[in-house]
Design a protein around this ligand. Structure first.
Ligand code: UDP
Length: 236
């Protein structure tokens, strides 16, 4: 499939049209942002790690019955994916308190939750992606009740699969963000990416952070953390 014009440039990825209207090519950048774009920087090699990791995890999820947008890795930074219309929600799954949840509830980070927490944020940069609930989503018509039910079901299954997988790499999956899309033939699929940009990964033994929090919080060793995640996934 031929790579054509650029359709869109986001904070961490570019999207290109292809000769087939049902497919696009995503190209992962090393650019990093945090706090709704207020903090900007680059993380050398991040694009390659996120591309490879996301593709590998989506391939694993597909094998376990979760439909995704992934089609084929084209190069170290570029991937062919199904073109979708994104459901305008960030779906956040939490196993352990961290980040905005710890802040909102006034608790420390690192408390294992008695059960998985699902949260939704409305995707709108100008509004700072406000948290919303099922009532807001259905009242605003951002998606249907049937699709929302499926999104929640997939998100919880994805959590079970990823949590077990990362545990095998001595990593605790603290929380993560998912996005879903609808293909031209109406199928709900997992889209966007699963990477250290969108997940919190803590080493199970040392509790060292191996994700974008190293960038957000100026902890240093950002590139090393991304490389370490890749190393564990590749089993080296
Ligand atoms: N997250 C994300 N994109 C966002 C907001 C959050 O990928 O725009 C991820 C984040 O990396 C973490 C999880 O979702 O793994 C929960 O994030 P949280 O709500 O705690 O927000 P943060 O503290 O990152 O602002």
């Amino acid at each position: 499939m031929e790579k054509l014009n650029q359709l869109y440039e986001g904070k961490a990825k570019k999207v290109f049209a292809t000769s087939d209207p049902n497919y696009v090519i995503v190209s992962y950048k090393d650019d990093a942002t945090a706090f709704n774009g207020l903090k900007k920087g680059t993380i050398a090699g991040k694009g390659e790690v996120n591309n490879r990791m996301s593709n590998m995890l989506m391939t694993m999820l597909e094998k376990q019955g979760i439909p995704t947008h992934f089609v084929k890795e084209l190069s170290s930074r570029e991937t062919l994916v199904r073109k979708v219309s994104i459901v305008p929600l960030e779906v956040i799954v939490r196993n352990v308190t961290a980040g905005s949840l710890a802040k909102r509830l006034g608790v420390e980070e690192g408390i294992t939750l008695k059960r998985t927490v699902l949260e939704y944020c409305y995707k709108d940069d100008a509004l700072g992606d406000p948290m919303v609930n099922e009532y807001h989503i259905l009242a605003m018509g951002w998606t249907s009740e049937e699709t929302l039910r499926k999104i929640a079901e997939y998100a919880l299954r994805i959590n079970d699969i990823l949590k077990a997988y990362f545990k095998g790499l001595n990593i605790d999956l603290i929380d993560f963000k998912l996005e879903f899309g609808i293909t031209s033939d109406g199928q709900l699929v997992l889209a966007d990416e699963i990477s250290p940009d969108t997940c919190r990964f803590w080493d199970s033994s040392t509790h060292e952070k191996l994700d974008k929090d190293r960038f957000r919080r100026d902890l240093g060793g950002v590139e090393d953390a991304y490389r370490e995640m890749m190393r564990r996934i590749e089993g080296k």
